[in-house]
Design a protein around this ligand. Structure first.
Ligand code: ADE
Length: 225
């Protein structure tokens, strides 16, 4: 799988993919993540990537030309399944969208800035608009990193059996049960007795009940399905 991320702030994306699971997935050749500096594609002398909005109003708007040139260049090199625009007015990212994207081959991600991007980029190129939640960030880079992380860990071979994505919160419509490690007694704060019992079926049952209770308390909407 390959991600091409187009941004005016490539420096913001230097680190998020260089650690732990994402780094290993790239080293194993399971995913390739390429970051493109939008400014490199600006054809004007000043290398500017934005302009004033038609009809007035505050803030700058990202222009069509640099995005179009970069997207067209990439599309001439390989086929893309999706061109995703990260935006607070997109559809909120959830586990089922991440699952769906994890079986795609090549994905372009556009990061917006300033007041937004010229609507025609969205009309011509974008296949999907994704938000990471109902709050506004300064740009689409951190949302893009979150999307890539959520998708890459679902690619077969990225996680080992022990850390399998199948046991994640949300994967089974329930939040995770509480977990503990040694010591069993921390200044009188004890690990629940049942986890020390060694009785696996009783432990599984306890975990299920705890997960159900946590989901009822925190995210009853997940149980509506
Ligand atoms: N860009 C700015 N805020 C965003 C959000 N909440 N989700 C996706 N992209 C964004």
């Amino acid at each position: 799988m390959r991600f091409d991320i187009i941004t005016v702030l490539p420096g913001l994306l230097e680190s998020p993919f260089g650690h732990s699971i994402l780094q290993r997935a790239q080293k194993k050749g399971l995913v390739e993540i390429v970051v493109h500096n939008l400014r490199d594609y600006a054809e004007n002398k000043q290398k500017s990537v934005d302009d004033y909005p038609y009809g007035g109003g505050g803030g700058m708007v990202m222009s069509i030309q640099p995005f179009a040139s970069c997207i067209e260049k990439l599309k001439a090199e390989r086929d893309y399944d999706e061109v995703i625009f990260m935006t607070p007015d997109g559809i909120t990212l959830n586990q089922s969208a991440a699952n769906e994207l994890s079986i795609r081959k090549n994905i372009i991600i556009l990061c917006g800035h300033y007041k937004g991007i010229d609507q025609r980029i969205r009309d011509i190129y974008v296949t999907r608009e994704i938000s990471i939640g109902d709050y506004v960030l300064s740009g689409g880079e951190l949302p893009a990193a979150i999307l890539v992380d959520a998708v890459v860990r679902l690619i077969p071979g990225v996680l080992s059996d022990e850390t399998s994505a199948l046991s994640d919160s949300f994967q089974g419509d329930l939040l995770d049960a509480p977990i503990y490690t040694r010591p069993a007694n921390w200044n009188g704060h004890m690990v629940p007795e049942v986890l020390l019992s060694g009785n696996q079926s009783v432990i599984e049952n306890w975990r299920y009940e705890e997960a159900l209770q946590r989901t009822r308390d925190r995210r009853p909407d997940l149980l509506d399905n």
